[in-house]
Design a protein around this ligand. Structure first.
Ligand SMILES: [Cu+2]
Length: 195
């Protein structure tokens, strides 16, 4: 049961969304519903309740948010591919390992230009500063999946466990799911021959 206050906040939030959706000057809301104005109004609406809940549950570790995770689809006999995502953290952490049931290994890679040639290499850790967003994207950082157990087709969801390390060495795992994007939308793999 919602308390009267929560109920009022929720109704206010709905009204706010409708009002914004009707207002012609504002750009239309993206399908994901994560546009900043809505997020802010939502936070305002549930403000007090949210803060109370947040304070009541002691946070064991930094708050890491993974968004827009996707994996480049594959066709047999390809056994390697890349996963990409945006990682945001409330405090300074490092991504130190990745795991997924669909591949034998998952490792954090960096891609860079060297002497006019794109090269990639595994890195021990990927640092994410406090309140920073680090983007893993084609041509840059990625999670390299090797030894795929089967081809990954468009629309599938691939579960990931991402292991982060805090400055003091304490580790914690964040689970996420990445959507498989078809080869046509993802574009050609920049490093296919090197895999
Ligand atoms: Cu790679």
């Amino acid at each position: 049961m919602l308390s009267e206050r929560e109920d009022r906040a929720l109704r206010r939030h709905r009204r706010e969304i409708l009002r914004r959706a009707r207002r012609p000057a504002l750009p239309r809301l993206p399908a994901c519903g994560k546009s900043e104005p809505v997020k802010r109004s939502f936070l305002r609406a549930i403000g007090a309740a949210a803060i109370a809940v947040f304070l009541a549950v002691p946070s064991a570790h930094a708050q890491v948010t993974v968004s827009n995770a996707w994996v480049r689809g594959t066709v047999a006999p390809q056994t390697a591919t890349g996963a990409f995502m945006e990682i945001r953290s409330t405090e300074s952490v490092s991504l130190v390992a990745a795991r997924t049931p669909v591949a034998k290994t998952a490792s954090v890679h960096e891609m860079s230009m060297s002497g006019g040639v794109m090269r990639m290499r595994p890195i021990a850790k990927l640092d994410i500063g406090a309140n920073e967003t680090v983007t893993l994207a084609p041509g840059g950082y990625h999670v390299m999946l090797e030894g795929l157990k089967k081809p990954l087709s468009k629309g599938e969801s691939v579960p990931f466990s991402l292991v982060f390390e805090k400055k003091g060495g304490e580790r914690f795992t964040v689970k996420t799911a990445a959507k498989v994007v078809g080869l046509a939308e993802a574009g050609p793999p920049p490093m296919a021959p090197m895999h």
